[in-house]
Structures are given as C-alpha cells and as structure tokens.
Design a protein around this ligand. Structure first.
Ligand code: AGP
Length: 612
C-alpha cells in the first residue's frame, strides 16, 4: 500500500521527508514524490524508487520547512510520473497525497469535468484534489473546511495530507480506512502512515480515527474534528517499540502480518464491486468483456503455484454456479504442450506478482491463437496485467512474504465475484440464491477475523508435529484446492514434505503411507459429501494415522473421531476456501518458526519467478 510522510516545523523538511520515504519502502511501491513550499509550492515526483526521486531532484530548490511526500502502490492508473503523488489541483494552489481507494471517483470526476476541470492523470486521488479546490473556490471557505466538506462526498478509504500555496503554515490530515498518525515534536509536527518515519524524532503520537480530520499549524496546538464537524480532543500515545518491529506492524514476520491483514485485504478486493442494495456485482475492469465470457466455449485458467490453487477454486465456482466449462492449467505445462486453443476461449491468467515468466509466456501463446485474455493480478501495471486484454486487480496490497497468503484469498474472492456475475447474467442462479451467496460473501471479512482468533489450538498442533517428516492434506470438492494450498504453505516454509490430495483418492495409493508417523490434515466442512469425508477419516484412524480436522463450528461426528480439531465459522460451501485456508496458513507458519526456518525468505525460493 502507499506510504505517506509529511512535516511542518523549524527544520528543513526535505531530509526528513526523504528519510521517511526510505523507512516506508518495505511497504512496496512503484513511484515516489515530494511537495515543498519555499516561497512557492513545488511538486517533484517520478516513477521508480526513492533513489530515483533523489536523483530527479538533485538540482532542484529543496529548501523549506513544510512538505509532504509519498510512495505510491498503484491502484487506479499505471505506475508512471503523471499518476505519482503528490497531485496538484488544477490551479496548482493545492498539493495532496493519498493512501486508499476513492470508490466514487468516476462520477465525481465527470461532475468536475462538466465544471471545466481538465485532469492530468487517471488517478482517483487527483479527483479528490480538484474537488477540494472546487469547494474552496466556489464555497468561499478555507482549506480545512473545504477538505472536510469534500470528504463528506467521498465513498471509500483514504489517508490524506494536503498543503497549499497560499498557506505555508498549515497541513491538513484526514483518514478513513487507511491508517494515519501525527507525531508531536518539540516545535514541529510529523504525519505518516505508520510510526517508522516518526519514531526517531518523537515518541509522542496521535492516531487519527476514521472520519477524523486534523488542522496542523506551525507553533499552534493540534486541532482535530470529525468530518461531521464535531470537535475531538487529541489523545497523545507514547510509542513503545523499535523500527524493525514497526515495519512488520508489530508482527514477527511479514507473512504473519499478511495473514492477519486478510479481513481488510478481502474487504478491499470486494470494495466497490459488491452492491447488496442493488443486488449485483460490478467488475469494472472486465465489464467490456462480459459478453465474451458469456459466449465463451470454455474458460482456461492459467497460473502457477498458489495462484494455480486459486484457479482450481475458480473452476469449481464457474462450473458450479455459472455452468461454464473450465480447464485449469499449469502455465509451465500449457505453454509447451501444444494445447488446442479456440478463438472463443477466454483465458483467465492469475498472478500475484504479475511477473511470472511461465504465466506470461502462456498468455502470449493463447493470445497468438486469438483467445481473449483476462487477468487477475495484485500488482497494478505489472507485465501480466499489461499483457491481458482486460482484468481486475485484487487490491490486496503489497505481499512481501514469499509464501503467498492474502493474495490467495483475494484471488479467490475475485473469482467468486466473477462467477457470481456470470451466473447472474446467464440466469443459472435464481435471484434469492444469488442474494444469499452475495450477502454471505459480504460477511466473510468478519468471519475471517473470527477464524484468525483461533491461535492457541494451532500452536499446540504445530508443537506436536513440528518434527515429522511428512504430512498429508485431504479435501473434497471446494476443499480439494484448499488441501493443495495447505500442503504448499507447509512445504515451502518449513521444508517438511507435504502432499494435498482429493480425499477419495486415498484408496488409490496414498493410504499406503498412513501410519502413526503420518499426520493427516482433513478439511471436513463439506455439506454434500460430509459422510464420505467422515469415512475417509475413519480409514486414516484405522491405520493409526493422526487426524487434524478443520470443521465447521458445532460439528460433532468429526470431533469425536479426529485427534485434533480446528473450528471455523459456518458459511456457504463455495466460500469455505476463504476460511479453511486461514488455519492452514497459520499451522505452516508456526511449524516453520518452531523449526527455525526463514519464514519470509524460505531457502531456494523467490517472491516472483521471473525466469523459466
Ligand atoms: C506461493 O506461496 C509461492 N510463493 C508460489 O507458488 C507463487 O504462488 C507462484 O510462484 C506464482 O506467483 P504469482 O502469483 O506471482 O504468479
């Protein structure tokens, strides 16, 4: 996600801002920029890294003791200089930096264009900047009031800092859904997305709450109110931690932080795409290709690794509710096996990094045969995103841990939305059933939150099995891809051999492996095939295997059979992957930590496999 740093006080702003951006680099970004005021308001920004920004400004006038700075993780608009922050308003009176997603930026932009505003970028942020200017100029109010009024018209998430040409003694900060805190120095103020750019200057911080806006003035007390104009008293916290812990948000590893980000990353992947009151799903990125999907002879999903497992969930979803034939292909196999590809085929390429070489090559092959290519990527403007005809971004935020976690659940969420949209258009789901699933999907982030709370049980199981040499993961139906994903998580970070299998396949070979040394994880939440899964568990028990079962809250039969049980909340069968995967991610994480493995950078692995 984007990084925000701002400063106002008696010191030179630029060195503080650029060092602050360096402290935020861990968050992942694709462009950087800074705005300074020294008799005039100047914005300097560039695509690339903080070091590229430093190179870019080396001959610029960097004086001034007020400024704002930003590292951008693109959500709307390609990573390039025009789309980088800070954004000027049309008259260049205002400069603004933003972390978040303005969902209603399109109608706001249309309205501003009708009033004569011409936009330089394709970002949602520039829309907010011009909206503030428009209110200030036409409403005859000061900047603080203009920002407050503008934020009442915004739908979505934001953390912003605003400065202006005409008032070099004030910064305005506001947040909703994206964190923002204000550091209070001896005679200066700092604003940042987290404490890392602030902690070396002061430990006194005020955390803005959702829908709060702050007026930060040189040598004056902080003034905070809600965007509904209610005065708030700033509460000053004492920071009690160090830099390295802060970068991981207080977690020991990025992987654990990203596991715990899933309620918000799943919410972000649905943001602006689920409309319960209208009873529909909107996927803006592929809206022009819905007809292609409707007329598709089949969908071919291509991906690698965890993204391939998400694709397998996608196959079950599309065939189950939209009745569209689907094939899921390992990109590395697809690209070389001389596959049959028709012009009426629609290919969905899934990739967190958007840079996986095999997936990119498979896309080019399918494109050369005339197929339509849609993408599901997490990195905006990545090679795969640019190679597709259209696509939807998962908006899961940067995933730093090599083992993919939040990207997987965001991919599955996107595929669920696509399948629901196709089912609605094809009429393969009745309206009430459609609404039932959509309503349940909207509640998933809260159920993930509840699932994350089950920690002690997972740690006990990890302690019990951290030294075994093999694991087996079993699942049926929607839970078969979950079994594969759980096995991959364990093997790639703990180096224990683990295999995922369809539970019914056990009798065709793997059952020979079962003995008291072989823990077997069974995802046993099924409704339709529950009895079959129970008998699979009995088969394992009969051979002295140890069973670790993932069950639905209130389960009885499996609980009486299994050696260890982890409960997850009740949900629609097709949505279970979004919940059942969570304890398996945590189990793999805790076993790996107990084995002293390098969880965030496992041996032999790279976060993005950009070579064959
Ligand atoms: C998953 O934990 C692994 N890191 C790996 O399998 C990964 O999913 C695979 O390399 C695909 O990467 P992509 O999603 O960036 O294309």
């Amino acid at each position: 996600m984007c990084g925000i740093v701002a400063y106002i006080g008696t010191r030179d702003a630029y060195p503080i801002l650029i060092e602050g951006l360096r402290r935020l680099e861990y968050r992942g970004y694709d462009s950087a920029g800074v705005a300074l005021w020294n008799t005039s308001l100047n914005v300097y920004k560039t695509k690339g890294k903080v070091s590229d920004l430093e190179e870019y400004v080396k001959n610029a006038d960097l004086a001034g003791n007020i400024g704002i700075a930003h590292t951008r993780w693109a959500t709307h608009g390609e990573p390039n200089q025009v789309n980088a922050h800070p954004h000027y308003s049309q008259s260049k009176e205002i400069a603004l930096i933003h972390n978040g997603i303005i969902e209603n930026y399109a109608p706001l932009r249309k309205e501003l264009e009708l009033r004569g505003y011409v936009f330089r970028s394709s970002t949602d942020t520039e829309v907010l900047t011009n909206l503030i200017e428009d209110i200030k100029h036409n409403g005859g109010v000061d900047l603080f009031e203009a920002v407050r009024i503008a934020l009442n018209q915004v739908v979505g998430a934001y953390a912003i800092v605003v400065m202006s040409q005409s008032d070099p003694d004030s910064l305005i900060a506001a947040r909703k859904g994206s964190p923002l805190l204000i550091g209070i120095g001896k005679d200066d103020y700092f604003v940042a997305s987290d404490a890392t750019p602030i902690i070396s200057y002061t430990k006194n911080v005020v955390y803005l709450d959702d829908e709060e806006i702050a007026l930060i003035r040189r040598n004056k007390d902080l003034k905070i109110k809600t965007i509904r104009n209610k005065e708030k008293t700033p509460y000053v916290h004492q920071l009690e931690t160090n830099l390295s812990v802060l970068e991981k948000g207080g977690f020991e590893h990025f992987m654990l932080k990203e596991i715990y980000e899933q309620p918000s990353s799943i919410r972000d992947s649905m943001r602006g795409r689920i409309h319960l009151e209208l009873g529909t799903v909107t996927l803006g990125g592929i809206i022009d290709y819905e007809q292609k999907l409707l007329n598709a002879s089949r969908i071919i999903i291509i991906a690698c690794g965890t993204s391939w497992h998400a694709g397998l969930v996608g196959e079950y979803l599309f065939e189950d509710i939209a009745r569209i034939p689907v094939e899921v292909e390992y990109a590395s196999e697809f690209r070389y096996r001389n596959p049959v590809i028709y012009e009426k085929d629609v290919v969905i390429a899934i990739s967190q990094s958007g840079e996986t070489a095999d997936t990119l090559a498979a896309i080019e092959l399918a494109k050369s045969k005339g197929a339509t290519i849609l993408g599901i990527c997490n990195v905006v403007g990545s090679s795969i995103a640019r190679a597709t005809h259209a696509g939807s971004y998962t908006h899961a935020g940067p995933e730093i841990g090599v083992a993919s976690t939040k990207a997987f659940t965001a991919q599955v969420t996107l595929l669920t939305l696509m399948a629901l949209r196709m089912a609605q258009l094809r009429g393969t789901l009745g309206r009430s059933r459609f609404m039932q699933i959509l309503t349940e999907l909207d509640m998933i982030p809260e159920k993930v939150e509840r699932t994350l709370k089950v920690s002690q049980r997972v740690i006990e199981i990890a302690e019990q099995f951290k030294d075994v040499r093999n694991f087996l993961y079993l699942g049926r139906g929607y839970n078969f891809p979950v079994a594969l994903e759980g096995a991959l998580k364990l093997k790639e970070i703990s180096y224990i051999h683990a295999e995922g299998y369809p539970a019914a396949e056990m009798k065709h070979g793997p059952i020979a492996l079962i003995d008291e040394e072989m823990p077997v994880v069974v995802i046993a939440t099924n409704k339709g095939t529950y009895d079959k899964v129970v008998s699979n568990i009995q088969e394992v028990k009969a051979r002295k295997g140890k069973v670790i079962a993932i069950v639905t809250e209130g389960d009885v039969d499996v609980k009486n059979l299994a050696d260890y049980v982890i409960e997850i909340p009740e949900t629609e069968e097709m949505l279970v992957p979004l919940l059942a995967t969570i304890p398996l991610q945590k189990l793999a994480y805790h076993i790996a930590v107990m084995r002293g493995c390098n969880v965030d950078q496992p041996r032999n692995l790279a976060k993005s496999v950009t070579v064959e």
